[in-house]
Design a protein around this ligand. Structure first.
Ligand code: 13P
Length: 227
């Protein structure tokens, strides 16, 4: 894939993120790992006006080439540096996930699909000012062993191996948040226990249910759930 094609795909994913109702205006940001470091959306620029040249190339040192990068470049850099299992970081302010984050409510295993984020809960990171190292540190803690987290009084982060994977996961997190809020109107719902969630996550991995492609030789399901 050419550099321009990847830059175009980042912009398309940002536009899809807004069209899906996962984000508003210029909020949110996306990064993708490349050989030189990572490509990241610029700060405060409308996605529908963005051109491939507006996407910023950053090195892990923090040096950047082009426009001013997203104010959240620190957590994009730190996640990509510390998580070799993912190549894409997507941050958005989806309404229901953010409503829970405003109450610092993690999403428990009230529904088996919580397992798509890799654990028994989708954690909520402590609040820290946007764009700070403190926010990056809090996000990394909440993402330990997980592919998604809420950000206290801010939004959500979803990780992926591809742009489609991260966008799919962000939509799943948002749907789970909406379901959880609805279930809460009748009282705190029961949760699946850790043994059952281990079973769910094992089953998801075997079936490529939101995870990577099937291991070689497996015939279960040919395509991961986000395709
Ligand atoms: P940027 O426009 O700088 O990426 O900031 C948007 C945002 O969501 C901050 O958290």
């Amino acid at each position: 894939m050419t550099d321009t094609t990847l830059r175009r795909q980042i912009i398309d994913t940002c536009c899809r993120m807004n069209d899906l109702g996962l984000n508003q205006g210029t909020a949110g940001n996306i990064s993708v790992r490349v050989a030189e470091g990572f490509l990241i959306t610029p700060s405060s620029l409308a996605y529908d006006c963005m051109t491939p040249d507006d996407i910023v190339l950053m090195e892990f040192s923090g040096t950047y080439h082009g426009r001013r990068p997203s104010s959240e470049w620190r957590f994009h850099r730190d996640i990509l540096a510390q998580r070799p299992d993912v190549d894409v970081v997507l941050h958005c302010h989806s309404v229901h996930a953010t409503a829970l984050a405003c109450q610092h409510r993690p999403i428990p295993a009230f529904h088996y699909m919580v397992g798509v984020a890799g654990g028994t809960t989708i954690r909520c990171a402590d609040y820290a000012t946007f764009g700070t190292q403190a926010l990056s540190d809090a996000a990394l803690t909440a993402l330990d062993g997980r592919l998604a987290c809420l950000l206290g009084q801010h939004g959500q982060i979803s990780l992926g191996t591809t742009l489609d994977h991260a966008l799919w996961l962000a939509k799943e997190v948002e749907t789970l948040a909406q379901l959880y809020l609805l279930a809460l109107t009748l009282g705190e719902p029961p949760v699946l226990d850790d043994a059952e969630m281990a079973c769910v996550i094992g089953q998801m991995k075997r079936m490529s249910y939101g995870y990577g492609p099937e291991p070689e030789g497996s015939v279960d399901i040919a395509r991961p759930a986000w395709q």
